[in-house]
Ligand binder design. Structure first.
Ligand code: IMP
Ligand code: MG
Length: 428
């Protein structure tokens, strides 16, 4: 499978609430790229990969690491839990994949998740009865410290003095941490620093050099556009920006390098955790989709909420990202779920059309509105091999043509199974 890229900066990100199957797509496209970069989020992400008889879930290290000749980069926009990083490096080693300074590079400016970030996240979830439904990995509290200007960056782990100064401010600003011992925290930092040290560098500088040498860079998004802290279904969002522009900010290069922005969507929608989900299906349909699509969180194991495609939400996400094409995943999951619905817009009680942001606002105010659906006949089976749109059952052809019409951008790639090879290119 080869895609004709327009330039050297390829961005692959989710157009929904995460879990669009980006890991699998990144893994396919990585073959044609030299460098793979994570630019936001942390180990709240979970990318499941199935390669031959090996399967692995990566939370932090870019999935490109599975290909020996690639350089993998964790950018400044990522928050790093050093314990998770170590576990991942160990798991990869047990599969014969060694992480070294030449194939894994970590930004000196990436912020570090300390154990207390996790505790704060967990406590808040417990106190609010899981209202947001975070992954409890400490992601939000770590970004809070970053924005508050007392976060600890990877390079700070070298210096006891810098850590002491910052941690003193952290403890003074977070009364809930009164029982934490600064000595233990510094000790944790120094130990973590030793493991991180071989990988640390100025990632933007490294990337700029590689780009100037003509290398192609794949920016691997985590979470999804509707979980973006600025543009998503706030406050039911993650604490980072997940849209395409963040690929530049979170890795330290200029946005002019971002030439090919691809937005990934499932042929339906899922969401984990709380918050609005306008096309959520009835219980019976949800159970079917969840079962066939194995819709359980790769990070937390939670059952995902399932529903139909929401094209107004996707149209909004396509605008935010400036996506030039769509990648549709898990088309096969719709087999046997009954008549297929696709949300094509919202209207209020006076039949006025609502945009996604208007719908979000009405939802927050408990002001009801309706989703307009188009219904398509049941998908009864999928052919074993599919080389192009013409091999697809009519229902999927119709679904995809509605998507392209409403979104105004082409579908470039469709995947119809978890294995390498179960995908086809539609257009270039
Ligand atoms: P946090 O990122 O752990 O703070 O969680 C905030 C919200 O984002 C919750 O609704 C999570 O379920 C959701 N979330 C975070 N990471 C992912 C992901 O990788 N896939 C899907 N949902 C996610
Ligand atoms: Mg995931």
């Amino acid at each position: 499978m080869t895609i004709k890229f327009k330039g050297q900066g390829v961005v692959v990100l989710g157009g929904q609430w995460g879990d669009e199957g980006k890991g699998r797509i990144v893994d396919s496209l990585a073959e044609q790229c030299d460098v793979i970069v994570r630019f936001q989020g942390g180990n709240n992400a979970g990318h499941s990969l199935h390669i031959g008889d090996k399967s692995i879930v990566l939370h932090l290290i870019p999935c490109g690491i599975m290909r020996p000749e690639k350089v993998c980069i964790i950018g400044n926009g990522v928050v790093i839990d050093p314990e998770v990083l170590q576990v991942e490096i160990g798991k990869l080693a047990s599969l014969g994949v060694m992480c070294q300074a030449n194939n894994l590079k970590i930004s000196r400016h990436a912020h570090i998740i300390f154990p207390y970030h996790r505790l704060i996240d967990q406590d808040r979830e417990a106190q609010s009865d899981g209202r947001i439904g975070t992954t409890k990995r400490g992601i939000g509290p770590c970004y809070e410290d970053k924005i508050a200007r007392f976060g600890i960056m990877a390079q700070d782990l070298r210096s006891e003095d810098i850590m002491r100064t910052k941690l003193t401010t952290v403890l003074a600003n977070r009364p809930e941490l009164s029982k934490q011992s600064i000595h233990e925290l510094i000790d944790f930092g120094l130990r973590s620093g030793k493991h991180l040290e071989p990988f640390l560098c100025d990632v933007g500088d490294v990337l700029q050099d590689l780009l100037k040498q003509g290398k192609r860079v794949l920016f691997e998004g985590a979470q999804g556009s509707l979980l973006d802290v600025d543009h998503g279904t706030y406050p039911f969002v993650t604490s980072s920006n997940c849209v395409a522009a963040q690929a530049a900010i979170g890795s330290g290069i200029g946005p002019q390098w971002l030439s090919d922005i691809f937005m990934v969507t499932k042929a339906y929608t899922t969401r984990v955790g709380g918050g609005p989900f306008f096309t959520e299906a009835d219980e019976e349909t949800q159970t079917k989709i969840r079962h066939v699509g194995q819709e359980f969180g790769a990070t937390t194991g939670r059952a995902r909420r399932c529903g139909w495609l929401d094209l107004e939400a996707l149209r909004y996400a396509a605008r935010l990202n400036g996506a030039r094409g769509l990648i549709v995943t898990k088309a096969d999951v719709l087999v046997g779920v009954g008549p297929i619905k696709v949300g094509v817009g919202y209207k209020d009680q006076g039949a006025r059309k609502l945009s996604f942001t208007e719908a979000m606002y009405q939802n927050l105010q408990n002001d009801p509105f309706e989703v307009d659906y188009v219904e398509l006949p049941e998908l009864s089976a999928m052919p074993d091999t599919i080389r192009g749109m013409r091999d697809l059952p009519k229902t999927l052809q119709d679904l995809f043509s509605i998507m392209e019409k409403v979104l105004g951008i082409p579908i470039l790639l469709v995947s119809y199974g978890p294995k390498r090879g179960q995908e086809f290119i539609v257009a270039q």
